[in-house]
Design a protein around this ligand. Structure first.
Ligand code: ADP
Ligand code: MG
Length: 258
């Protein structure tokens, strides 16, 4: 039998990021396998959002490489050097990477259904009829089939965030990025959004999730990453990292949030 190396979905290798002279990411190395749920924890300002934003090239990087499904994100390599990709090529890469932010940023003038349909129809140019039935199925999956024709302003924050998740899924991404998806929600609405994310995780969706919800990390994560001051300080499976953190900074952080 030959061993075929399994390519990770995400490979972040030797990544540095500066904002001016500020060193926001320092030597980040991280692999996320297909179907893996990677939860990223860390104090405010530690670089979690920056790292996620680099993965879909909302930020440029200063070294070295980020690959998603083997493809370098944002750049192409010629003669050992990286050259910026053209904007159409970047857009094509981003179509494959869904992102859900803290604020639900739905299109306010579109219904829930139209929001979910917007990517496949306007970006991919797919036929409205088949997109509509897929979008309805996605809304049903996040428990919102009966809210399909409401506008964002008529929905609760938790419902809006579930529409945002359905909208990201409508593009059939290879990877979903979540940046504090429940931080802007009233506490009683957090659970329904985490349930929707958990459901996707059980279905094998590859995801990177920045969150402060330690219970979610414990239950759903395959890997937990702890960041501090622009570095990955500790990586492990949830039991190991959350119950028995090796690093002093991880321990201090967890003692504050648990
Ligand atoms: P986190 O998501 O962990 O709270 P961020 O990735 O947002 O952290 O920020 C990491 C650091 O980089 C912070 O010190 C923040 O102030 C800084 N930073 C983030 N975005 C910018 C930017 N566009 N310009 C300058 N500094 C930034
Ligand atoms: Mg952040």
């Amino acid at each position: 039998m030959t061993n075929i190396p399994v390519q990770p979905c995400v490979e972040i290798r030797g990544v540095h990021k500066f904002y001016g002279t500020y060193h926001a990411l320092e030597e980040i190395n991280l692999k996320v396998s297909r179907g893996e749920v990677c939860v990223i924890l860390g104090p405010s300002g530690s670089g979690k959002s920056t790292m996620l934003r680099c993965v879909n090239h909302l930020e440029t990087i200063d070294a070295y490489r980020i690959r998603v499904n083997g493809e370098i994100i944002g750049y192409e390599e010629r003669g050992g050097k990286l050259h910026c990709l053209r904007s159409e090529a970047i857009a094509a890469q981003r179509r494959n990477i869904g992102m859900v932010f803290q604020r639900f940023n739905l299109f306010p003038h579109m219904t829930a259904l139209e929001n979910v349909m917007s990517g496949p129809v306007h970006v991919k140019g797919e036929a409205r009829k088949s997109v509509a039935s897929q979008a309805l199925a996605l809304l049903e999956r996040v428990g919102l089939a009966d809210q399909a024709h409401k506008y964002p302003a008529q929905l609760s924050g938790g419902q809006q965030q579930r529409v945002a998740i359905a909208r990201a899924m409508a593009m059939k991404p290879a990877l979903l990025l979540f940046d504090e998806p429940t931080s802007a929600l009233d506490p009683e609405l957090v659970g329904e959004v985490l349930e929707a994310i958990k459901d996707l995780a059980h279905d094998g969706m590859t995801m990177m999730v920045v969150t402060h919800e330690i219970g979610f990390a414990r239950e759903v994560a395959d890997t937990v990453v702890f960041m501090d001051q622009g570095r990955i300080v500790e990586t492990g499976d949830p039991r190991q990292l959350l119950e028995n953190p090796q690093n002093l900074r991880t321990r201090t952080f967890l003692s504050k949030v648990l």
